[in-house]
Design a protein. Structure first.
Length: 398
């Protein structure tokens, strides 16, 4: 590399980009084919990174997962096996939505990898009802012979509907358990697995109250300025309120009344209580029969999306520095992302091989309750406490 010119590096990137399909097909054979992946399951999620420059055809303004508002960006979707091994990556324009990316990756799995009867796991914004309807129905409306299953979660309005009017989702279901399987006519031929995590519920309630209190603290000086006459005019007052009330994204929980010489702010307590009723709740939906995957398995599969999030962390920040993207040509941008994905694949295997030298839990206990927080094994706790492995070698953070 020391003697390679810029043109040499670009030529190598172009060479690699032309072989992406063959590389990913081999990775799919190793990790997604039925022999290696009996559950026939794959995880998929979407992320974004900003670009330097304005000439890349993929550059667009969209929802930034990096918090870089107003910057041109790209989107890229990562496909992994159930353990988080990267298998394929696709780069999209920066304004691409999660559902569109999901459709694209399903086409890749079906047509390029030739895999049938997969179970796709994605978050609630990725696998929407519209995508589910289109997943197994071609344009002629017939059922595909290579039908795909899915595991995803319901959005808050759908969960609220299940709770309303003595619906199938009631708090009494969780008096002695953290998950329950329910049915609803709104989701025919589907299983609904409802979970309630009391620890998460308490955390969200605490966070909400902290954000509401922080917003009120910021609004107090504005109210004082209006009352003293130092800030007047409905327009000017509205501009200042808008700057403050959007800072912590709590504006929906406040009723704001503005005139030319007054400003009143009050909490919408009914709305706050309605949101709080959903704290800690998650309802998963899937057509996979219980004989193939029980309720606990559905929860575990959805929670495994944490592996994709971990891969994104390694790709974007921890190890591989995908962002920002400096390439201008579309093919070079795709090659850059592919290199980071392959490096993440290598990192996955290195972390497994080096687990004895790090604080990695080599034998994590299987939780009896998949909703409860994960716990480390006794050997992992001992290794972390003494900062050495069993042979006395110094451990490193994993």
């Amino acid at each position: 590399m020391a003697d390679a010119s810029t043109d040499d590096i670009y030529a190598a990137m172009d060479w690699l980009e032309h072989r992406q399909d063959a590389i990913e097909a081999e990775l799919a054979r190793r990790h997604l084919a039925p022999e290696a992946n009996p559950s026939k399951m794959a995880l998929f999620d979407l992320s974004s990174s900003w670009l330097e420059g304005r000439c890349c055809p993929l550059a667009a303004r969209g929802y930034s997962r990096d918090g870089k508002k107003g910057r041109l960006q790209i989107e890229y979707g990562l496909l992994t096996d159930p353990e988080g091994r990267p298998v394929a990556v696709r780069v999209f324009p920066g304004n691409t939505g999660d559902p569109s990316a999901f459709t694209s990756i399903v086409d890749v799995i079906r047509k390029k990898f030739g895999l049938a009867q997969m179970v796709m796991v994605g978050d609630r914004g990725m696998i929407t009802s519209a995508r589910i309807r289109a997943l197994n129905q071609p344009q002629d409306g017939t059922q595909r012979p290579d039908a795909y299953g899915w595991i995803t979660a319901l959005r808050a309005p759908a969960i609220r509907k299940l709770m309303a009017d003595d619906g199938p989702l009631q708090l009494s279901l969780f008096d002695q358990q953290d998950l329950a399987e329910i049915t609803s006519p709104d989701f025919p031929s589907e299983r609904l697995v409802a979970c309630r995590n009391p620890v998460l519920a308490a955390d969200r309630a605490r966070t909400r109250e902290d954000l509401l209190a922080a917003t009120e603290k910021l609004l107090a000086p504005l109210i004082t300025r209006v009352r003293s006459g130092r800030l007047q005019g409905a327009g000017e007052i509205g501009v200042e309120v808008g700057k403050v009330i959007t800072r912590y994204k709590t504006g929906k929980h406040f009723a704001v009344t503005i005139t030319d010489d007054s400003l009143t702010v009050a909490r919408k307590q009914d709305q706050i209580d309605a949101e709080a009723a959903l704290d800690g709740f998650c309802v998963l939906r899937t057509p996979v029969p219980a004989g193939e995957l029980d309720a606990a398995g559905v929860v575990t599969a959805y929670k495994n999306l944490k592996y994709v999030e971990r891969d994104f962390r390694h790709i974007k920040a921890d190890d591989l520095d995908l962002r920002p993207v400096f390439c201008r040509l579309e093919e070079r941008v795709k090659a850059h992302v592919l290199i980071c994905m392959l490096a993440c694949y290598l990192t996955w295997h290195l972390r497994q091989a080096w687990a004895p030298l790090t604080y990695t839990d080599e034998e994590p206990p299987q939780p009896a309750n998949p909703v409860a927080p994960a716990r480390r094994s006794a050997p992992a706790e001992a290794k972390a406490s003494r900062q050495h492995d069993q042979d006395g070698r110094l451990g490193f953070p994993s």
